[in-house]
Design a protein around this ligand. Structure first.
Ligand SMILES: [Zn+2]
Length: 265
């Protein structure tokens, strides 16, 4: 069977989120996807006043294809699943920079695994200009804490994925933010160490999906008081390499093809 690349590039992510919140992005940025925005706005019943963006690192589309039941906790709360194509290189800072700037790697400048603080306009800067209250909740040494550093938002650095989930639940419970970006990489760590389809790695997919489920439940409790866009949005996948380990960064479909889920709560 031939391999195929997914149709939509990751750089549309910022536009999709901004449009769902009724915010315009700079014209140089990749636009939203019209039909997707229409569906999201319809399900939101207008524009979202809150966005919670969950980034489970390195969960490739082939994991969803081969282990679909692991995503049941994500399906429980989302109504749309859209395939996306990661960046070249398919590594965390390149992909997340494109997701949050709407730009190609050559335009935002991060083209390989380096983590400088981005100086170009990011979705975080757009939110802040709009007066939105913004937080990043991420695992220790997350790429988010490097490339999106230096903004007037709140950064929460947590020891592990469970601590990230607990902190995110607390912030949702106290209703302190209009936009929360959450980054965990337990799957990425386990897949690198033991292989993308190892027991350890698949357990991490479940742990992260379960965390997403808990976030969604917390958001659903305030349904009516808010219109919330919730997404499950990985950055790239992983492929197996010699020695039972995993890697990414290549143009292989295992690294490039990912699946994003969207919920209107
Ligand atoms: Zn990554």
């Amino acid at each position: 069977m031939a391999d195929h690349y997914n149709y939509y590039e990751l750089k549309h992510f910022a536009g999709i989120v901004a449009d769902a919140m009724g915010i315009a992005l700079p014209e140089s940025y990749a636009p939203t996807i019209g039909w997707l925005s229409e569906i999201l706005r319809g399900r939101l019943g207008g524009t979202a006043d809150r966005a919670v963006l969950y980034h489970a690192d390195a969960v490739g589309m082939h994991i969803w294809q081969k282990y679909t039941p692991l995503f049941a906790p994500v399906y429980a709360h989302t109504s749309l699943a859209v395939p996306f194509l990661s960046t070249v290189e398919s590594v965390t800072p390149v992909a997340h920079a494109s997701m949050y700037t709407g730009l190609d790697p050559a335009e935002h400048g991060i083209q390989t695994y380096v983590r400088p603080q981005l100086t170009c306009d990011t979705l975080f800067d757009v939110w802040l200009r709009e007066g939105r209250r913004v937080a990043i909740v991420a695992q220790k040494d997350s790429t988010f804490l490097h490339i999106f550093a230096g903004r007037d938002l709140e950064y929460y650095e947590c020891e592990n994925a469970v601590a990230v989930q607990e902190k995110s639940l607390e912030l949702i419970g106290t209703d302190r933010y209009d936009a929360i970006s959450i980054h965990t990489f337990d799957y990425d760590n386990a897949a690198h160490a033991y292989g993308p389809e190892s027991k350890e790695a698949l357990n991490a997919v479940s742990l992260e999906a379960e965390g997403f489920h808990r976030l969604a439940e917390a958001l659903e409790k305030t349904r009516g008081a808010h219109r919330t866009l919730l997404t499950y949005s990985p950055d790239h996948g992983q492929h197996p390499v010699m020695g039972g380990r995993g890697a990414h960064g290549s143009k292989q479909t295992e690294d490039m093809n990912i699946l994003h889920f969207f919920a209107a709560i």
